[in-house]
Design a protein around this ligand. Structure first.
Ligand SMILES: [Zn+2]
Length: 170
């Protein structure tokens, strides 16, 4: 099984190659396009911060270390998901991490709101969550960058897409 460092090296090499291919085929200004930026950022997040190996609760995973103190937030994920189980599937696997992140962010939000309400003595909440609405192509590029980073990890682990459709051994 490749180590975290090897996974990162593979992903970065692939990103470099994609970048070269992209540069060769498009004008220089295209590099500054929001969708290219979105793809690159989410690909890097998927390479360094949100990886399939976060399913290892007890082990020091490089990605978890990068979260610093917040790395503990991934501990329940590792407990919930068996190593190289659902977390290492092509379609649902990456989604479990997005869903988990959304849940954690939501809970943190509720907690902060509670603290705020308490400090304000039950006054009206004035914290507002603002999610910027992004153009569809930027959202798609974000998703693509993230998924591609996860898929390269799975390929390096020797997990093929057909695994999603086979019945997993218990
Ligand atoms: Zn893995």
């Amino acid at each position: 099984m490749p180590s975290g460092r090897v996974h990162e090296a593979i992903n970065l090499t692939a990103l470099g190659l994609m970048g070269l291919a992209y540069l060769a085929g498009s004008p220089k200004e295209a590099l500054g396009e929001p969708r290219v930026l979105a793809f690159t950022v989410s690909y890097l997040v998927g390479t360094f911060l949100v990886t399939p190996d976060l399913d290892l609760a007890e082990v020091r995973v490089r990605a978890k270390g990068r979260w610093g103190v917040l790395g503990v937030l991934w501990w329940p994920y590792g407990v919930l998901f068996r190593h190289r189980g659902l977390s290492h599937t092509w379609i649902l696997g990456p989604l479990t991490r997005l869903g988990y992140l959304a849940l954690v962010a939501y809970l943190l939000w509720v907690f902060l709101e509670g603290v705020y309400a308490y400090l304000e003595g039950g006054g009206a909440l004035s914290l507002h969550l603002r999610i910027p609405s992004l153009p569809k192509e930027v959202l798609l590029s974000t998703l693509l960058g993230y998924y591609l980073s996860q898929w390269l990890h799975l390929i390096a682990d020797g997990v093929l897409p057909d695994r999603d459709f086979r019945r997993r051994p218990r």
